[in-house]
Design a protein around this ligand. Structure first.
Ligand code: RAM
Length: 544
């Protein structure tokens, strides 16, 4: 069959108009990536050495049943036979992130061949006390931090190419001739962070517990501040939008590294997908790239971050530049809202990853409804600040319709709580998001949260991430005392269990809870757990 000339011209026109749209998008994305590289943060490094040698003990009262006790000073370790020291654990006294170097020296006259050493790095005692051999988690075994190395010359000094995050280091000799001996004569880490500024101390009248929580949360945040705001320096070592939101809030009240936030915002924009949706996460190296897995709540939180960043810094230039990205997040999610104002959860769930919390049983319909309203409201507010509300003039009507639908269909008048999904699940997540979106008035919201205490089978938060939104919701409806207790019990609970940085997952009733089927691969210095810095410093009258 022959094509008509008209058809050929039409095809050429469609192809060229598509490619020019694509070209424009590509051009913008490269420009944003270039802007990101202009704000590449500086890393500050410091050499840190172990402070003592410890051994692990079984201890029912300790986190995951494993405690540590002092064994000896490090002098002894660095001056005696490594063969005799095999299995000993060095304790750096604090969580550190960086490159580790160790040196070995021969003892005696003979060095016949090679030696083989294994080092295991742990953020917690259980990582250096538990064998990795039976690991069957859902994430790569490679995240577990052990390194084995063969050395053929004495003396030698070795720096591991992999960056490590740890407090404890176990050294084991796995190969050495019977006739030779040597010592590990030194071991240090060149610890890095992009958090430099000195942080204001809290008022002297602040309670001991709040001071301690603040200090551990600050340390958690600074460890996660590398060349991006990472989720965890042990794993996944990359930027995630949900984590970034809580980090930027905490950073604003502490280290004030605005340019790191800007660097991250531009990286995300520069890696947005062809349809304009921002990726929930990205890798910086070898070149910035993002996996293809759109996550709806994180895409919308990008807009909330833009607004917050603008309010914090007054950097209109950056936010005007990124405004088209914000608009796209609204446009790409609006089509999932039915005419009645309710989000079509099933359809959304097919096309997107929906997160909200690490909790296997959480029903997310109501949280999603609330989060979308909340993010759309903030996007409209952002548009108003930029004088661009005409570009999203449909938003006020849309959010009103969504709010009305939520109150009409997701609220149980008799029980005084919001529910979610076909099984009418009652959760902290649903109440929090209905409050943050303003669907619940102050009275309805505060009653709903308090009613949870009387109900059985309520779905609780599974991670510090959701705890953040619950506490924010409590403050919004005036439950300040509850908010303080909740923060003290939850983060204080981690401190009681020995945390010197806060964790990715914490369930007071289960030390081994893991979204990855293996507690060993959990991250024990995790971005979203730094949020007490924000609460304590933003609301000093509550957290005192
Ligand atoms: C985990 C990450 C991160 C979180 C995502 C959804 O893998 O550690 O903190 O944002 O999941």
């Amino acid at each position: 069959m022959k094509n008509s000339p008209l058809l050929i011209i039409l095809c050429i026109w469609i192809a060229s108009s598509n490619s020019s749209a694509q070209h424009h998008a590509d051009y913008e994305r490269s420009r944003w990536l270039a802007a990101a590289s202009n704000f590449e943060p500086q890393l500050f490094t410091q050499v840190k050495r172990p402070v003592r040698v410890v051994s692990t003990t079984e201890d029912e009262s300790a986190f995951q049943g494993i405690g540590v006790v002092f064994k000896e000073n490090t002098d002894l370790f660095f001056n005696t036979s490594a063969k005799e020291n095999s299995g000993k654990i060095l304790d750096f006294g604090e969580h550190l992130t960086g490159h580790v170097t160790f040196s070995v020296e021969q003892i005696g006259l003979i060095f016949d061949g090679a030696i083989r050493l294994k080092f295991t790095f742990g953020e917690t005692p259980s990582e250096v006390a538990t064998s990795f051999d039976s690991y069957n988690g859902t994430l790569s075994r490679a995240w577990l931090q052990d390194e084995t190395i063969t050395i053929t010359e004495m003396p030698s000094s070795v720096t591991f190419s992999r960056r490590l995050a740890f407090r404890y280091v176990k050294m084991e000799v796995v190969g050495c001739s019977d006739f030779a001996d040597f010592k590990v004569s030194g071991l240090y880490v060149s610890a890095s962070t992009s958090a430099k500024a000195r942080v204001d101390s809290l008022p002297a009248s602040t309670s001991k517990l709040i001071k301690k929580i603040d200090q551990v949360a600050l340390h958690t945040l600074s460890e996660c501040m590398q060349t991006v705001f990472e989720d965890g320096p042990k794993r996944d070592r990359r930027l995630w939008i949900g984590d970034l939101y809580l980090q930027m809030l905490a950073n604003h009240h502490s280290f004030k590294n605005d340019s790191l936030v800007k660097h991250c915002l531009y990286l995300i924009a520069g890696l947005s997908y062809d349809n304009g949706t921002v990726p929930p996460t990205l890798y910086e190296r070898p070149v910035p790239n993002a996996p293809d897995s759109p996550l709806l709540d994180y895409a919308l939180i990008y807009n909330v971050i833009l607004r917050e960043y603008l309010l914090q810094t007054g950097d209109t230039r950056t936010i005007e530049d990124l405004w088209p990205v914000a608009k796209k997040q609204v446009e790409n999610t609006m089509s999932y809202i039915n005419n009645d104002g309710l989000v079509d959860y099933e359809r959304t769930d097919k096309d997107w990853w929906i997160f909200f919390d690490w909790h296997e049983k959480l029903d997310k319909q109501t949280s999603l409804q609330g989060c979308m309203i909340w993010a759309y409201q903030q996007t409209y507010d952002l548009a108003k600040i930029l004088g661009k509300e005409g570009e999203v003039e449909y938003l006020p009507e849309l959010t009103q319709r969504m709010s009305k639908a939520a109150l009409d269909s997701l609220y149980d008048n008799k029980m005084g709580v919001f529910f979610s999904g076909a099984d009418k699940q009652v959760s902290y997540a649903s109440q929090a998001w209905m409050i943050l979106s303003g669907v619940a008035s102050k009275v309805i919201g505060s009653n709903a949260l308090q009613n949870l205490n009387q109900l059985e089978g309520v779905t609780k938060p599974g991670s510090p991430y959701l705890y953040h939104f619950v506490i924010e919701a409590m403050i919004k409806v005036g439950l300040e005392e509850d908010a303080r207790k909740r923060l003290e019990n939850y983060w204080g609970g981690m401190i009681n269990k020995g945390a010197d940085t806060f964790w990715e997952v914490y369930r007071p009733e289960d030390d081994f809870a893991s979204p990855y089927n293996a507690h060993l691969v959990n991250s024990y210095c995790h971005a979203w757990s730094c949020t007490p810095v924000y609460f304590i410093r933003k609301y000093p009258h509550i957290f005192k």
